[in-house]
Ligand binder design. Structure first.
Ligand code: GLU
Length: 328
């Protein structure tokens, strides 16, 4: 793939050198071939692990959330003094999302609107509060920025391919699980690699602050973790031959396969990544409300329609919505 691209660039330069240089000195092709491809901003090879991830992980059931509010309040009639009432009075739900993850949270280039499976969840919550799915202010957050945005209450919720973990439960609340993804590999179409075991000493890309980068860094085969800000940066580095693979949730990788026929997902899932909606600590009423919205979405078939719309064509077997686990 890389050689083919270099050949294309070289032939274009050759056309230019002969066709548009107007008889000037020909381009020195040897020099052109040795030009370093630029790397994305913020890229770091073998980053030091964040201090929070070196401490022993607390034990808990990260998939267990609070029982839904019952009965659920009608849209526009949030209970007095609740977090939802404050949101209703403010006129908009502020949601932390991604804009680079095709199928989950991405900007539709023709409409400029944010769309995807995660964005559908945000709109359901806005509709349940206001009776209007458009009363939303989206704030784009990176993987590494999710917890901070919630702790600083810059957003009311984060819906961004976010795995509920015990480590994260220390800082934020999670809703019930609304999707279960799993980490896999993305490689060049021609690659024979099917496992991280085969990538010892090789560069594997993932986003800072994700569970994926930690799984790569902790792997016994010692792959070299390459950390970036956004998942799309990993795809570019893979396309340019700057990393040997990228590795994260199959949901995110499915979006990349849909965009680039030169890459493929390889090997089986090797982690479970149960997605929860992040909500600030202290806003437990909002957790119960969101869990009510998620349950209604599943019961009404909206979850299944949203799955069909975004993930129905990925060729994966259709999953059932996760069965929620509650504690009081
Ligand atoms: N689900 C993983 C996580 O929450 C990776 C996906 C992401 O970071 O966007 O860390």
């Amino acid at each position: 793939m890389r050689n083919k691209r270099v050949a294309v660039v070289l032939s274009l330069l050759l056309v230019c050198a002969t066709g548009c240089a107007g008889g000037g000195k020909p381009v020195d092709l040897a020099t052109v071939d040795s030009v370093e491809r630029p790397t994305p901003v913020g890229v770091q090879e073998n980053p030091a692990p964040p201090s929070t991830s070196t401490a022993p992980a607390p034990t808990c059931d990260p998939q267990q959330s609070l029982r839904p509010l019952s009965p659920m309040p009608a849209p526009g009639r949030m209970p007095a003094r609740s977090t939802m009432k404050a949101i209703q009075d403010s006129g908009k739900l502020i949601a932390g999302v991604d804009q680079n993850t095709f199928l989950f949270g991405f900007r539709n280039p023709t409409t400029n609107a944010l769309e995807g499976f995660d964005i559908d969840r945000v709109r359901e919550i806005a509709k349940a509060i206001f009776g209007d799915p458009n009363k939303v202010q989206f704030k784009v957050v990176t993987s590494a920025g999710r917890i901070d945005a919630l702790k600083k209450k810059q957003v009311h919720i984060v819906v961004r391919t976010m795995t509920a973990t015990c480590q994260r439960w220390r800082d934020i609340n999670f809703s019930a699980i609304y999707y279960t993804a799993g980490q896999r590999l993305l490689v060049d179409r021609a690659s024979k690699v099917t496992s991280l075991d085969q990538l010892g000493g090789k560069k594997v890309c993932a986003a800072e602050g994700s569970t994926s980068i930690k799984t790569i860094a902790d792997h016994k085969a010692n792959p070299v973790p390459v950390q970036v800000d956004n998942w799309s940066d990993c795809l570019i580095m893979l396309q340019q031959g700057q990393v040997d693979a990228m590795s994260t949730d199959d949901t995110i990788l499915a979006g990349m396969v849909a965009q680039d026929p030169n890459v493929k997902m390889a090997g089986p899932r090797f982690t479970d990544e149960p997605y929860g909606i992040g909500i600030p600590k202290g806003n437990e009423d909002m957790v119960r409300f969101v869990n009510g919205v998620l349950a209604q979405s599943v019961a009404a078939g909206a979850w299944a329609a949203s799955y069909e719309r975004w993930l129905g064509r990925t060729g994966e077997p259709r999953p059932r919505p996760p069965t929620p686990r509650y504690r009081d």
